[in-house]
Ligand binder design. Structure first.
Ligand SMILES: Nc1ncnc2c1ncn2[C@@H]1O[C@H](COP(=O)(O)OP(=O)(O)O)[C@@H](O)[C@H]1O
Ligand SMILES: [Mg+2]
Length: 360
């Protein structure tokens, strides 16, 4: 297995990215600025990442021959989304180093493992129970109570694969809708606000945290992020400590985004983690000394990390579905920095781009 954590990949090396979405696109743009080439592996033609990358493989995430060829053609492998089959990850890691490591991916792919890992490291999560069958749900609803949220352990994103249960009688319809033997029931957290923090950790185990960001969700999809978050210094330092503790415990090389709920008393409860650039970190492109994408490339290629300092307060506004029609007003706003993902078709709920609006 090639997984030497000290390997340094100099500019000119080829970064293989699993996934062709906007996170891959913005990583590839940052990589190009540092002199790297990217090779995208995606199931889609004309993907956002492929449009700006040197090479693309379009094949199934389970195509062993294509995966093997891809791994041989690149110097280092990373991923821009988490739902890659573990069997494919195993195949890839036997050929080339994957950063962040596959063991971190295995944890972040599964809500149950994620919560268990957090608890083991003294990080607060909402009370939860793993649900494999309807009788588990019947007994869990008695301890967790309502309102609560039933979520699939795998493949959830942008609020997909989760159902809020307001009354115990609703469990059967929720169970029927999700129809999976790998679920988690969580207590509904009456939070005051949602924040997230992004941590970078390099091959020499140096860590840097970005300023905590405040997230506003609409229909369970991130709508806007404001930085700095309107939280006390104490809450901000608790959030950073949690992020740093998780990054260390996971032995991360790369980026870790940690989503958290802030409670009325200023304490925080972890929601979920992602070992990659994160939508709530897009503000760093125009409001921090080093963007999360450049930082990600630095970390996985074995370069020293850049400064994470916030240079300007920012509001990041996602352009979801039809909202992209507001573009003309952003083009005439001198404080708006526009980032579009090159997606041709506008669909409801589809992230088309985002705008970083700088504080004048
Ligand atoms: N236990 C919970 N209590 C209250 N709100 C929740 C809970 N779980 C999720 N949510 C809301 O739904 C959003 C999306 O859920 P999340 O678990 O982060 O899944 P996703 O992978 O879709 O981002 C959260 O950001 C939050 O607004
Ligand atoms: Mg989330």
């Amino acid at each position: 297995m090639k997984n030497n954590s000290l390997d340094v990949f100099p500019p000119g090396s080829i970064i293989g990215i699993m996934g062709g979405g906007q996170l891959g696109r913005m990583t590839a743009l940052a990589a190009a600025n540092l002199g790297y080439r990217c090779h995208i592996y995606t199931e889609d033609t004309d993907s956002p990442a492929a449009q700006v990358s040197a090479t693309t493989t379009v094949a199934s995430y389970k195509d062993q021959a294509a995966l093997t060829q891809f791994a041989k053609a690149v110097d280092i492998i990373t991923y821009e989304f988490e739902n890659i089959p573990l069997s494919s990850i195993t195949l890839l890691k036997n050929i080339k180093a994957i950063r962040p490591s596959p063991s971190i991916l295995a944890i972040s792919q599964h809500r149950g493992k994620e919560k268990e890992f957090a608890e083991q490291h003294g990080v607060n999560v909402a009370p939860y129970k793993i649900i494999k069958k309807i009788s588990d749900l019947e007994s869990a609803i008695k301890t967790i109570g309502t309102p609560s949220v039933l979520k699939t352990c795998r493949f959830g994103y942008d609020g997909k694969g989760q159902i809020v249960i307001n009354e115990p009688e609703e469990i059967h319809s929720a169970w029927n809708q999700l129809s999976s033997d790998d679920l988690v029931l969580e207590q509904f957290v009456e939070f005051e606000k949602e924040i997230s923090i992004i941590i970078a950790r390099d091959t020499n185990h140096k860590t840097k945290a970005y300023q905590a960001a405040e997230n506003n969700h609409v229909d369970h999809i991130l709508d806007a992020t404001t930085v700095p978050a309107d939280i006390t210094d104490k809450t901000a330092s608790m959030a950073a400590d949690i992020g740093l503790k998780l990054a260390e415990s996971l032995d991360l090389i790369g980026l870790l985004a940690v989503e958290m709920f802030v409670m009325g008393d200023g304490t925080v409860v972890m929601n979920e983690i992602a070992p990659r650039p994160h939508n709530s970190g897009h503000w760093t492109q125009d409001g921090a000394q080093t963007s999360q994408f450049e930082q990600f490339v630095r970390a996985i290629t074995g370069q020293p990390l850049g400064e994470t300092k916030m240079t300007r307060p920012v509001k990041m506004q996602n352009l979801i579905g039809d909202a992209v029609r507001q573009l003309p007003s952003f083009f005439t706003n001198p404080n708006a920095k526009i980032h579009l993902y090159g997606k041709q078709e506008v669909r409801p709920g589809r992230k088309m781009g985002h705008v970083n609006i700088l504080e004048p």
